[in-house]
Design a protein around this ligand. Structure first.
Ligand SMILES: C[S@@+](CC[C@H](N)C(=O)[O-])C[C@H]1O[C@@H](n2cnc3c(N)ncnc32)[C@H](O)[C@@H]1O
Length: 308
């Protein structure tokens, strides 16, 4: 099994600037790279709340020590969870490092990789909710095409959806590699230039995002994190997909806006105060060196927000 190399680690730690005795939340524990670096800064007097959907990831987090509290939960529940266990505790920082870890990608049981033969599962919680097999074997062709186009930003979405529906009439999809082969065939048949990445990359990403409701989780997770932060507290979000990054940017803007009166209003009547300010005017990108060392980092974008 591969280890997960944390992305933009130095940049996350510099921007969150954890101090001894503070309280932090890592909403996406994964392999624990960001958590461990934060914990080292918080010291024994700090507290760290850790979430991950994946039970395997959370079992590893449980070994971290007495000041780390772990939940196998969706980070969209971080606000209610923390308010329930520690209603008055000030939270000084939250990190969300979206997507999946290399450990999950290389685990055939999760069915996230088109290179490893595994069941079409894709549920980060492993056994809760709808699988990718249900989507590819039961959704209507138009709905499949829309999903692959919107979440995968795939140019050949229509052709891929058609090929999936044709193939499932013969036999339902069971394995990741069967689906990957059908998608690769679409590219070969159309004589299209092969994409830089494997032709199944975008479809697999779309399916994973739909199975795990990733954009919805992000919306609720960011809003919850903004509400639980103490004054001066910071939220760092790393995204790997343009739709995610756009959403983070929009949510940060929404929380930093002063006036929400319509542009036609002659003067401000809402008297709204911004909740915080955006610390990264442009997203922070990994250095060329980081990308060479860890190619998985290539599409990462970090945005940071601070509560007033
Ligand atoms: C990119 S990895 C995080 C890596 C981690 N920062 C590290 O340094 O090892 C993303 C992790 O977030 C988890 N995850 C994704 N969406 C989640 C959600 N909505 N709630 C909780 N965990 C989630 C995944 O299961 C995965 O373990």
């Amino acid at each position: 099994m591969l280890d997960h190399v944390p992305v933009l680690l130095k940049e996350v730690i510099e921007s969150l600037d954890p101090q001894p005795g503070q309280n932090f939340v890592d909403g996406t524990f994964g392999g624990g790279g960001h958590t461990r670096a934060i914990l080292a800064r918080l010291g024994p007097a700090g507290r760290l709340f850790v979430f991950d959907l994946d039970p395997v990831s959370i079992s590893a987090a449980r070994l971290l020590g007495p000041n780390v509290e772990c939940w196998q939960k969706n980070f969209r529940q971080l606000e209610e969870t923390i308010k329930y266990v520690s209603p008055h505790l000030p939270i000084h920082g939250v990190v969300l490092d979206l997507g999946i870890s290399s450990i999950q990608l290389s685990d055939p049981a999760l069915g996230l990789s088109f290179q490893e033969k595994g069941p079409l599962n894709m549920r980060l919680g492993r056994d809760k909710g709808m699988t990718a097999a249900v989507i590819v074997n039961t959704w209507r062709e138009n709905d499949l095409a829309a999903l692959i186009r919107e979440l995968g930003e795939e140019r050949q979405a229509k052709q891929i959806a058609k090929a999936i529906v044709n193939r499932r009439h013969e036999a339902p999809f069971v394995f990741t590699t069967d689906l990957a082969e059908v998608i690769a065939c679409v590219w070969r048949r159309r004589g299209s230039m092969q994409p830089r990445l494997h032709p199944a990359t975008k479809t697999f990403q779309a399916l994973r995002m739909a199975v795990n409701e990733e954009l919805e989780n992000l919306r609720w997770g960011v809003r919850g994190a903004i509400r639980i932060l103490a004054s001066g507290g910071r939220l760092a979000v790393i995204s790997f997909h343009s739709l995610e990054d756009r959403l983070v940017k929009q949510l940060f803007k929404e929380a930093s806006r002063e006036c929400i009166c319509p542009p036609s209003a002659p003067r401000c009547v809402c008297a709204r105060k911004p909740l915080g300010r955006i610390l990264t005017k442009k997203p922070v990108r990994p250095s060329p060196l980081e990308i060479t060392d860890n190619p998985r980092a290539r599409s990462a974008k970090l945005r940071v927000w601070q509560k007033l």
